[in-house]
Design a protein around this ligand. Structure first.
Ligand SMILES: Cc1cc2nc3c(=O)[nH]c(=O)nc-3n(C[C@H](O)[C@H](O)[C@H](O)COP(=O)(O)OP(=O)(O)OC[C@H]3O[C@@H](n4cnc5c(N)ncnc54)[C@H](O)[C@@H]3O)c2cc1C
Length: 475
């Protein structure tokens, strides 16, 4: 019998399996797809490789949560720093989000001139720096006593950031600047949205500051694709089973039985690395079904439309761009498209002279899931063509340089990853702790990691949740 069965080999499942294995537990990691990574995986199409969703590693800076995790495991992912972290293109002008605050502020003055930029962006930087040096927080809502311990562990953070926790970021920012233009609001919102999954009117200033400030820490590009980072993470886990879709899970008195197409696996404990909004279907157990039912209200149906391109060109590109326009794009929830290019020297992901491109925009999954097949095909093609044309126009790419091009909707993600809500729980004021599921539950031996549990999405959020899980298991 296994000590732990980890279901789902996304960032969450991989972090949990690696940390438990490191502690000496007998662990099995089960992943439905042939490769690890989930939303942070790398896959093949027409002989070319693509990052499925995630393209940036943040949190691998000194003292960063992701770096600490890899250090604990004595493993080193193959990453290169990216500076600027993003090139933001708005109104035909570009701003490089350099790591150095002053250099970035100087650039910003050309696009959105304002005398208070220095003060504002240094505040953003300071909030991030202070937050990442705080250690020891712990989060569980599985019992009253654990809720109290969680609250006590959060007190140092609450004390330090009190003025930024109440009210919404939009009001705070407007007051700070004494009013801002719609274009600058769009500039800020686009960057807040990709981290917090909400715009400035729905998050507090603390969350907005962490979202806007992540580029002041070292951000990284993953050589060979994001999936390689998950492979490195689990390098020492001896029982990793890909192409092993879990079909059902039953709870026995003191253990769980996990059924895949090939085997029945018995484990004393279960770590779900799958989304809260899709996991209930594998259980008959009433208590577990109720657990998932409780969290359906957090599902915002926010998702992604992703365009994948391979370019054959002699041109050069930065790793990441964010294109911002004036209106929300049709069939989407955003005015901004995030476009990532492979490194020109990274022949592990694209042949020499080629670039692998992943471009994503927020969309509502219900729109795509509700379409009849013919209409779905039409709408998908329309958005694909619109985004491709936008990228080509803005970044001076000729259509004859595109050698492969296709798109994924929330429906596509549902088919491959068993989830249509993407990006995890928004870090909005209304979703704030203790509403967010914790990594433990009231059910014996039943745990969760991943972006729909604490501490939400992306490499830093999901890694923080996995480390919190270890504290909950070991006290
Ligand atoms: C378009 C897009 C761009 C993003 N960009 C970034 C970025 O640049 N940087 C960043 O840090 N974050 C980014 N994110 C967020 C980040 O990718 C996610 O928050 C993170 O990857 C989620 O990891 P997870 O482990 O919670 O879930 P998932 O990635 O969803 O992993 C769950 C895994 O479970 C597997 N699974 C499902 N059902 C079963 C089953 N029955 N049996 C076995 N396995 C199963 C799935 O195949 C999947 O591999 C992005 C997300 C999206 C959608």
């Amino acid at each position: 019998m296994k000590d732990y069965a980890v279901i789902g080999g996304g960032i969450g499942g991989c972090c949990a399996a690696a940390l438990l294995n490191h502690r000496g537990y007998n662990v099995v990691l089960l992943e439905k797809e042939p490769t690890l990574g989930g939303c942070a995986s790398t896959f093949k199409h027409n002989g070319y490789q693509y990052n499925a969703g995630a393209t940036t590693v943040s949190g691998y800076n000194e003292n960063g949560i992701v770096k600490k995790l890899f250090n604990t495991l004595n493993l080193t992912p193959n990453l290169i720093p990216t500076d600027p972290a993003i090139v933001i293109v708005q109104e035909g002008k570009s701003v490089h989000r350099y790591r150095d605050v002053n250099t970035f502020v100087e650039e910003l003055q050309h696009l959105h001139p304002h005398p208070k930029h220095g003060e504002f962006w240094h505040l953003i930087h300071r909030i991030g720096e202070t937050f990442y040096t705080l250690n020891g927080h712990y989060y569980s809502n599985a019992s009253l006593s654990k809720k109290i311990i969680s609250l006590l562990s959060l007190i140092p953070m609450i004390r330090k950031f009190l003025p930024y926790l109440w009210g919404d970021a939009r009001t705070f920012i407007e007051k700070f600047y004494g009013g801002i233009s719609q274009e600058y609001r769009d500039f800020l919102d686009a960057q807040i949205l990709i981290v917090a999954q909400e715009k400035s009117d729905k998050v507090n200033f603390f969350t907005a500051a962490l979202s806007l400030g992540y580029t002041f820490n070292e951000t990284h590009y993953a050589i060979g694709g994001m999936g390689k980072v998950c492979e490195t993470l689990t390098a020492n886990v001896s029982d990793v089973r890909t192409s092993s879709e879990v079909l059902s899970i039953t709870r026995q008195n003191d253990h769980y039985v996990v059924k895949t197409r090939h085997s029945n696996i018995e484990a004393k404990n279960l770590i779900m690395g799958t989304s809260h909004y899709s996991s209930g279907r594998w259980f008959e157990d009433k208590e577990i079904k109720n657990y998932y039912q409780r969290y359906t209200k957090l599902d915002n149906h926010q998702s992604a439309f992703v365009l994948y391109l391979t370019l054959c060109t002699q041109k050069t590109f930065h790793h990441h761009y964010q294109l911002i326009t004036k209106e929300i794009l049709p069939k989407t929830l955003s005015k901004a498209l995030f476009v990532s290019f492979s490194d020109s020297s990274d022949t592990n992901i694209a042949p020499a002279g080629h670039f692998s491109v992943t471009a994503s925009i927020h969309t509502d999954s219900r729109f795509w899931l509700g379409l009849a097949p013919a209409q779905y095909k039409r709408e998908k093609k329309e958005l694909h063509d619109l985004l491709q044309a936008w990228i080509c126009d803005t970044l001076a790419i000729d259509s004859n340089e595109i050698v492969d091009s296709f798109a994924a909707t929330p429906k596509t993600f549902g088919r491959y990853l068993n989830r249509t809500q993407l990006g995890g729980n928004a870090l909005s004021i209304s979703n704030f702790l203790p509403r967010l599921p914790s990594n433990d539950t009231r059910i014996k031996g039943f745990y969760h990691v991943g972006d729909t549990a604490y501490a939400a999405q992306g490499w830093p959020g999901v890694a923080m949740g996995a480390q919190n899980l270890m504290k909950l298991i070991h006290g």
